[in-house]
Design a protein around this ligand. Sequence first.
Ligand code: CA
Length: 649
Amino acid sequence: MKIKLKGIVLLLMATVLPLAAQDVVVYGPDGKLQVSVWCPEGGEPSYAVSYNEKQMLKPSPLGLETNVGNYAKAMKLTGHAVNVIDTVYMQSRIKASRIHYQANELICFLTNAEGNKAEITFRVSNNDVAFRYTLSRQSERGSVTIKNEKTGFHFPDQTTTFLTPQSDVMIGWKRTKPSYEEEYKVDAAMNIRSQYGHGYTFPCLFRVGEDGWVLISETGVDSRYCSSRLSDAQDGLYSIAFPMAGENNGNGTVEPAFSLPGSTPWRTITVGESLKPIVETTVPWDVVEPLYDTKHDYKMGRGTWSWILWQDGSINYDDQVRYVDLAVAMGYEYVLIDNWWDNNIGHERMEKLIKYAQNKGIDVFLWYSSSGYWNDIEQGPTNKMDNSIIRKREMRWMQSLGVKGIKVDFFGGDKQETMRLYEEILSDADDHGLMAIFHGCTLPRGWERMYPNYVGSEAVLASENLIFNQHFCDEEAFNATLHPFIRNTVGSMEFGGVFLNKRLNKGNDGGTIRRTTDVFQLATAVLFQNPIQNFALAPNNLTDASQICLDFMKKVPTTWDETRFIEGYPGKYIVLARRHGNQWYVVAVNGSKEPQKLKISLPMLAGQTVSFYSDGKQLQPQMKSQKIKADGSFQLTIQPQGGAMLVTE
Ligand code: CA
């Protein structure tokens, strides 16, 4: 990252207004977002956040309790420094391709009762705050264990919540949880017990009444820390919580440790009067840096995967050939071969299958279990990704065959021990020219920028649940209107969706019943962002799906230059626009039971002719050319559990 440091004289003039001896204030570049930090001498450090003079976070605690001293009480703020950050970086795997990050950085220097030093670094852009703690080396101590992080987020009383709970440990399928696959409650009260009593997984969305919105998350988590979450609230105060002792089958510490000098991950607070800054934020990537360069040219794209509709029984040679042929028919780049290939096809015949695919221009992703000793998974291959010796041997085999990526499933939780495994898999995979998708996993935290071969994570109630249980079909549209505001806004989301089967089984004649329309399904191909998309299409769709759908699914890109929130409300509906090159894809879905009649504003399409996709009278997909008015306004009605799209012609 290039940070331009400007002279301190200029900065003091522009960005820092000392209020009192122990108070410092820093604003975002446009002057609306304000962070105040203070520490009464010998007291506890605190901060508060406001936007446009409206309080977004009340005075909230800061500090660390460590095995080398307490940095949360008896503290003294000894000084501060301010820098201006103005940098541009490029990304190919997130919601935008060129990001101009401008922020004012405030570094607060603190000492504790023993005279040991700590810094808290805040970066404040127009709508995002990121902050982290840095501890310096103490004379004899070169390492630290963090016993407890006091960081809190104290919301005003009128706040309501849009949260998903952290689950119990070692529950669910083959004792694989927690895996960020719980349901959301929307517009819920603060101070109620979370479903399991363990608080909430990131990101966490809050509505501060009529004053605005706040999204809390974290970024820059790598092998040097654990992933954290929010506790249950007490009087509106949510605190950073570390993993539970039972995660990872009880193995590994809950207390993260790093060498000194060193820093914690960034805590992030995205703030807006509307939801636009929430949906468009790039803070997860703004404050992290690439951890290694790659010599490989990874290609993003689309894939087919038999497992989603045809399940375990389809992981055989002949069915995989059919899905390779489906990828060819759709003009896709990849096929994903899911669990049990080691058993049902075998490493030797995989060589032949991979050659078959490559001869047709299709590259291969292979599924692996991450475990290991942290669950009871028997789906193979197991015990190949958890050990560096075996992992590298397996990756050399994949590289020798020209396999392009792996999907690694069923991780053990959020402990530092598990973060180390994610990083080792990514690093080894890059050495062997492999991209990595994670399933049954944690939320990615800045990983698209940190790891050049990282291409997405599940960490959501993904498409498989539509197959498993009618309840998730009934809730599909509702859930889809949450992800752009919450889960998917902070990281790539490998959802594995777009079903064109009406019945979610192999024959399209049984199993769960899809409640959403075909155009809704198409819209999710754009609404849900992941740079590699494995779609839930099946070979029968080549003959039984509408040509409108097939033509769209052949063209749809998976990488984006720009993302714009148009309008919506989490749990009700969303209209979102993404640009690929010169082409805009505006997609709308309705999560409610009522039609949504909207007049939307699309200034970037003013006067242009677009393909307008909508649900017909029988909810069948229909498409026609339509000209957008010169003022950029457009009227549309989105059917319940339906969708609409406008695509540049
Ligand atoms: Ca899953």
